[in-house]
Ligand binder design. Structure first.
Ligand SMILES: Cc1cc2nc3c(=O)[nH]c(=O)nc-3n(C[C@H](O)[C@H](O)[C@H](O)COP(=O)(O)O)c2cc1C
Length: 230
């Protein structure tokens, strides 16, 4: 394959990945999942320490974990999600509000309909119906720097999956149920749940999968220095 074709191929796979939140039940072969994980593990990491740890669940194990998490969610037994600072600084807050508006509009959920929003949030914990769930953990003694590594691993994983027509959704929602997850998966004490990923063939017809989240133009987040003026 020539360089242009490779660039086009990468742009297509990267550019068509979406967070998919409704899946077909079609199972994934273990060999395919292992191949995707192997490709994910080519991610760079600071000093090559490779801090990612992955638990892959499917079938009855996935269903049992999902039951535990859905029960915990309904019981309101998690600490309030602390994924973002409160208050979220202005520019970020605008984008978060825009995300919420698009997401709930795609589902026909009124932003003030809290029970309906809760029902949708709950679907995180059954992996949005995906046949395979992944829990990504990291040694809690590591510094934020090493969390970058697991993000790179996750993006590699999602791209390796998408290249095979397999969809994903990265989900920090799992982090708030670390205690239940760690107990069920018998995680060593030093590990902390960073996020989960749902994986399977997306249901292209599902309304929730029609959403396209916009991006800022390059010039809004970049300063180009030292290039000839255009
Ligand atoms: C670290 C991380 C955590 C996320 N957590 C969740 C989550 O808990 N639940 C969810 O539905 N989507 C979650 N998402 C998906 C984002 O909402 C999504 O990536 C963003 O809106 C951009 O849309 P796109 O992935 O379709 O391009 C997460 C994404 C990332 C990168």
């Amino acid at each position: 394959m020539d360089q242009h074709a490779i660039a086009q191929c990468v742009a297509t796979v990267v550019g068509t990945r979406r967070s998919v939140r409704a899946f077909k039940p079609t199972p994934l072969d273990r060999a395919v999942v292992e191949q995707i994980l192997e490709e994910a593990s080519t991610a760079p990491s600071g000093a090559n320490i490779q801090p990612w740890r992955v638990y892959v669940v499917t079938g009855a194990i996935k269903d049992e974990l999902a039951d535990i998490l859905v029960t915990a969610f309904r019981a309101g037994s998690a600490p309030a999600p602390a994924h973002f600072p409160d208050p979220l600084p202005d520019g970020f807050r605008t984008r978060l509000m825009d995300f919420g508006a698009r997401y709930y509009a795609s589902l026909g959920i009124d932003r003030n309909d809290t029970p309906a929003r809760m029902r949708q949030t709950e679907k995180n914990f059954s992996f949005f119906g995906a046949p395979v769930g992944l829990i990504i953990s990291i040694d809690r003694r590591l510094k934020p720097h090493s969390w970058i590594d697991i993000g790179l691993f996750a993006q590699n994983l999602m791209i390796a999956a998408k290249a095979r027509g397999i969809d994903t959704c990265p989900q920090v929602a799992f982090a708030q149920f670390h205690d239940q997850i760690a107990s069920y998966l018998h995680m060593p004490d030093e590990e902390i749940t960073a996020f989960g990923i749902s994986m399977g063939y997306g249901d292209a017809e599902a309304p929730v999968n029609q959403t396209r989240m916009p991006r800022q133009p390059v010039q809004d987040f970049t300063r180009m220095l030292g290039f000839p003026a255009v």
